[in-house]
Design a protein around this ligand. Structure first.
Ligand code: UDP
Length: 248
């Protein structure tokens, strides 16, 4: 018989030492790839994810071009070494689904109509996965889009909440995602108080569902503040380096 994993101990502490409504430590960096128009990197707990953006640029193949707006394309991909058991580099059904829902999460935020007949290509590369990669992927992709200068109504930020070990928890890690009772990833546009991605796995009561959504949105708001700081840090660094050059 397999032993049941204790996801939350009697002090309300989770397997990675977090409290129930605590995010994993997050590190964000903007503009790290010189060959993409925009790029960003996120570490959220053990997740390590890169995002790169090209565009707006000419569409290939040309027949895919849209006369009235830009074509947004998204590829979410997990590196073969990103998970415990080697993953085939070929796109899985899961990756095809995640690419679609992430693209749809961004469509309401980007002023696509400003760039007819062009494409905006968004690449999300998961280098190391530990649960919640679609949310961390959205958070970092938003920064890469902003870094590429793509005009957006707001940054999109994403975070999951759910239930593990009988408790509502924020920002589920891999073991909580797999062994827990429910997982609700949410992508959010804070300035509009609007949700652009909502999925759910597992079983919750309506009350728990409402509480979990509110918890996820609280997490999103905290990450949104970090996104803005990361963007400011990049432009502060550019400002400082140009000031030094001017002085010289
Ligand atoms: N995972 C894995 N192998 C795979 C796909 C996923 O080990 O082929 C792990 C990975 O850690 C991932 C987690 O399962 O983060 C949860 O996957 P899910 O489909 O729920 O997406 P996510 O929570 O990453 O958005």
């Amino acid at each position: 018989m397999t032993e049941k994993i204790v996801l939350v101990n009697e002090d309300g502490i989770r397997t990675d030492g977090r409290k129930l409504s605590e995010l994993r430590p997050i590190k964000l960096e903007v503009g790290i790839l010189s060959n993409a128009d925009g790029s960003a990197y996120i570490e959220q707990g053990k997740n390590k994810i890169l995002a790169a953006v090209y565009g707006p640029r000419e569409v290939h193949p040309r027949h895919m071009a849209l006369p009235d707006r830009a074509l947004l394309r998204c590829r979410y991909h997990m590196a073969p070494f990103s998970v415990e058991e080697r993953k085939s580099p070929a796109p899985s059904r899961r990756e095809v689904e995640l690419s679609k829902v992430i693209r749809e999460a961004f469509e309401p935020a980007i002023f696509l109509e400003k760039f007819p007949r062009t494409s905006i290509d968004l690449f999300i590369e998961v280098l190391q996965a530990d649960g919640g990669t679609r949310c961390a992927g959205v958070t970092v992709a938003s920064l890469a889009l902003a870094d590429a200068g793509i005009p957006m109504k707001d940054l999109i930020v994403a975070c999951a909440a759910g239930k593990a070990g009988g408790h509502l928890v924020l920002d589920l890690n891999d073991i909580e995602d797999k062994e827990g009772e429910a997982d609700i990833p949410v992508a959010y546009m804070p300035s509009f108080n609007a949700v652009s991605l909502l999925q759910m796995d597992g079983l919750l009561t309506i009350e728990e569902f409402q509480q979990a959504i509110n918890l996820a949105l609280e997490g999103c708001k905290q990450i949104y503040a970090l996104q803005k700081e990361a963007l400011k840090a990049k432009y502060q660094a550019i400002k400082e380096s140009t000031e030094v050059t001017e002085e010289e």
